[in-house]
Design a binder for this molecule. Structure first.
Ligand SMILES: CC(C)(COP(=O)(O)OP(=O)(O)OC[C@H]1O[C@@H](n2cnc3c(N)ncnc32)[C@H](O)[C@@H]1OP(=O)(O)O)[C@@H](O)C(=O)NCCC(=O)NCCS
Length: 171
């Protein structure tokens, strides 16, 4: 798989491939760099993304993006999606990879949680067919009890409070 789009001037042309057992240590470091810990807390659950299935975007031996996900009862939850090189098509390529995996597994729903301050993610996912389906008020406060390092103020100085659920139906 190639993240290039014809006609785009790009500096990074990553290849997207499945995460393997051999990648787990590097995946842990990547997650730590992006999230300040090797765990993330969503909807009251603690996950170690590096232990989940996922896809990595690589360019010249360097990791420039990672998506991790979990599948349960015909639903696929994106647990983390990170691009280290914004606006190069990496996020889109990783999202396409996880959607492909979800469809191959027979999932009917692709979904995720993001936080109320993450306007970039809300924009990104809605532009790619996702809809907002729920606001889980004060969910971040509950998550903070499990992971005290979660800041109180998020992007753009917005108080970090709620989890917003987005979904894309795969029917
Ligand atoms: C959200 C996130 C994953 C997006 O990743 P990204 O690699 O920047 O995504 P893309 O490059 O595929 O797309 C971003 C925009 O850049 C544009 N773009 C892609 N390649 C481009 C290029 N060569 N030149 C100009 N623009 C380009 C895309 O069209 C897109 O714009 P659009 O939404 O208007 O269509 C990234 O911002 C991120 O890691 N955020 C922090 C973690 C996070 O919040 N994750 C989501 C919650 S789990």
């Amino acid at each position: 798989m190639d993240a290039r789009s014809a006609g785009n001037e790009q500096h990074v042309r990553p290849t997207v491939r499945r995460l393997t057992m051999a990648d787990r240590h590097r995946a842990t470091s990547f997650i730590f760099d992006r999230w300040g810990a090797d765990v993330v807390v969503v909807h009251g659950e603690v996950y170690q993304p590096a232990q989940l299935p996922g896809f990595v975007a690589e360019w010249e031996g360097r990791w420039c993006g990672l998506v991790t996900y979990r599948i349960e009862e015909a639903e696929c939850e994106i647990v983390t999606l990170d691009s280290a090189e914004p606006r190069q098509g990496i996020g889109t390529a990783l999202l396409a990879a996880v959607e492909g995996a979800a469809r191959m597994t027979g999932c009917l729903r692709l979904w995720l949680m993001t936080t109320n301050d993450n306007l970039g993610a809300l924009r990104f996912y809605q532009r790619r067919g996702f809809a907002l389906v729920a606001v889980h008020r004060n969910a971040v406060g509950r998550a903070r009890r499990l992971k005290p390092a979660i800041p109180h103020i998020g992007d753009y100085g917005i108080p970090l409070r709620d989890e917003i659920e987005l979904e894309k139906l795969l029917t």
